[in-house]
Design a protein around this ligand. Structure first.
Ligand SMILES: *[C@@H]1O[C@H](CO)[C@@H](O)[C@H](O)[C@H]1NC(C)=O
Ligand SMILES: *[C@@H]1O[C@H](CO)[C@@H](O)[C@H](O)[C@H]1NC(C)=O
Ligand SMILES: CC(=O)N[C@H]1CO[C@H](CO)[C@@H](O)[C@@H]1O
Length: 563
């Protein structure tokens, strides 16, 4: 096993995660099996309890682990599936050591940061690095470890010390450290390329070879970062330094990245999506949702224009208090090509989301509702079409006479009471006649990640279906409504699960892809062509240079049986 530790210096937020995932991408494209561990030197044990205001989105893994956004980046870049033990926090390590101490594993000796905590860190890393992350179920060869925070923080000390020891335990040919710094270190983030004399200076002061100084200047898209590293000889360097079994075969995966990066730079047409949600100063709350939209937009060669709309601004109450805000919000909504209502929490702003959904339904604008977004689409339909004016979710109105969305906890063996439905679950298609089924490659089922407690009330199913709102995807027992589609509408879809967590640059998520296709006016054509992108769909520059590229035909989603 080879370990590459990525640390950061100077300030946080310079893109250490992107560098680490890009390194992983390059090595994976050189034919190696790569895994990744993210270390967060804070005390929290469970990201599920983080405030989304403070921390942005909670990312959900197959096994139901609620983790930091960074693991999402690794999954997307490396196209792998991680587990909740691929993240490590100070809290988890201390808990592990304290539990061992309670069990008497240390034979009553004094338990200390060095060596007990530092040993526990090394054991955890070695154990976790071996867990397979691909379908082939084979042990990885390289583990990229990202240490959060910056070197020198009090919090990261035990980890730094653990890896200082680890380099000798693992031996030189199995361990190396990439330090990402804003100016003077091994990998440098800067706005423009560095010239040779600067590199030499850095190399001299940092006691490394000039070839070990790599400049990562600002580029047009993140798709360029792996290419930039590769161009500067990173692969050759690792091949020697870590004695990696890399041949000189063409780097297929990087060719895809290059193709994507080039295409990204050439986009002409724009597709705009209204993202109707709740905003705070941390726009991270929708990070995976935004990525999923970007992947899909790029797949159909469109520039993505997200119109961020705070749903509360769409509510009649805002018209009274702040008419300008209200009109601006509606203006943005009405000018968008498609509407997305993502998952959310709390009652504030739900009425505005319902207004947006109502508008999309009546105006036949492409619409995708995710989690709460789907539930509210059902509430809206109940109120406007079925005439149940007090229809609501019992989350917001426990006394409603039309509880169309209800608490549906999951009961798992060995757990007291019901819990949130978390992680990978299967959905079966109920009919052949479904747009979503086609978008998912016409399989009988799909597997996506969940994180919710409330769901559409299955007892009211028939009333909705009689009026054309069909629950085309359900769980294996037929009790949980997973996918809803409205008939006689270009694209009106709701999903109870969170498809954004499995979206990848080269494998966009089908529901998001459907929304983008519909918003760009290409969905009907795509379905007619048997779910293939024709050159017309992908190449918006019609200057004649539109060679149907082999990479593009791979975007036809045969690969969506998640298993
Ligand atoms: C029901 O849902 C709406 C969203 O339209 C919410 O604003 C309303 O206050 C809810 N609760 C009750 C008790 O009506
Ligand atoms: C629901 O009914 C109970 C009892 O009648 C009442 O105390 C409560 O305020 C009601 N809740 C809402 C949201 O209307
Ligand atoms: C910060 C973070 O991602 N924490 C997660 C790490 O893994 C545990 C389970 O082992 C999760 O519960 C945490 O949420």
């Amino acid at each position: 096993m080879k370990y590459i530790l990525v640390t950061g210096g100077v300030i946080s937020g310079i893109g250490k995660g992107i560098i680490a995932s890009s390194i992983g991408t390059i090595l994976k494209s050189s034919g190696l099996r790569v895994t990744s561990i993210k270390i967060d030197p804070y005390i929290n044990i469970d990201a599920g309890t983080f405030s989304p205001y403070e921390h942005g989105e909670v990312f959900v893994l197959d096994d139901g682990g609620e983790v930091d956004l960074d693991l999402g980046n690794y999954e997307r870049f490396l196209d792998i599936r991680l587990t909740k033990d691929n993240n490590l926090t100070t809290g988890k390590i201390y808990q592990y050591v304290i539990n061992k101490e309670r069990k008497g594993d240390y034979l009553g000796k004094t338990v200390q940061v060095v060596p007990h905590i530092t040993d526990a860190i090394q054991e955890w890393v070695m154990r976790q690095a071996r867990i397979p992350v691909d379908e082939d179920d084979v042990e990885p060869q390289v583990c990229v470890i990202e240490l959060g925070g910056t070197v020198g923080d009090i919090e990261s000390m035990p980890f730094i010390e653990a890896f200082r020891q680890f380099q000798f335990k693992a031996r030189r040919e199995n361990f190396c450290n990439i330090h990402v710094s804003l100016v003077p270190q091994i990998v440098c983030r800067c706005s423009t390329p560095l010239d040779t004399s600067v590199k030499e200076k850095i190399s001299m002061f940092c006691h490394v070879e000039p070839e070990q100084v790599i400049c990562v200047h600002d580029v047009s898209s993140i798709y360029r970062v792996p290419l930039l590293l590769e161009e500067q000889g990173v692969v050759d360097y690792f091949r020697h330094r870590l004695d990696l079994p890399i041949g000189r075969q063409p780097r297929r995966m990087l060719m895809k990245w290059k193709e994507m990066a080039d295409r990204y730079d050439r986009l002409l047409e724009t597709c705009s999506i209204a993202l109707v949600g709740k905003y705070t100063k941390f726009s991270d709350s929708y990070a995976s949702v935004i990525k999923a939209l970007e992947h899909s937009a790029l797949a159909i060669n469109h520039k993505l224009d997200i119109k961020y709309i705070d749903s509360a601004d769409l509510e009649p109450a805002t018209l009274q208090e702040e008419p300008v805000r209200y009109h601006e919000a509606w203006q943005k909504l009405c000018s968008a090509h498609g509407v997305l209502v993502p998952g959310g929490f709390g009652v504030r702003g739900t009425e505005g989301k319902i207004q947006a959904i109502s508008w999309a339904r009546k105006q036949k604008k492409p619409f995708l509702g995710v989690c709460l977004g789907m539930q509210l689409a059902v509430v809206e339909f109940a109120r406007s079409v079925l005439g149940w004016s007090d229809a609501n979710s019992t989350e917001f109105d426990p006394n409603t006479t039309h509880p169309v969305v209800i608490d549906m906890p999951e009961h798992n063996p060995g757990q007291m009471g019901g819990t949130m439905r978390l992680g990978k679950r299967r959905t079966l298609f109920q009919t052949k006649n479904s747009v979503m089924r086609k978008l998912y490659g016409d399989h009988d089922f799909l597997e996506e990640r969940h994180r919710h407690r409330f769901e559409v009330n299955p007892e009211l199913k028939k009333s909705f279906e009689d009026q054309g709102l069909k629950f085309v995807g359900q769980d294996e027992e037929g009790e949980r409504m997973e996918i809803v589609e409205l008939e006689e509408h270009p694209f009106f879809v709701g999903v109870q699960y969170h498809p954004e967590f499995l979206s990848r640059p080269i494998k966009p998520s089908p529901p998001y892809f459907g929304l983008l296709l519909a918003s760009a006016g290409r969905l009907a054509h795509y379905l007619q062509k048997g779910c293939r992108l024709s050159p017309r769909d992908t190449y918006s520059d019609r200057s004649g240079s539109s060679s149907p590229d082999s990479e593009i035909t791979e975007l036809k989603f045969p690969s969506f049986n998640h298993d």
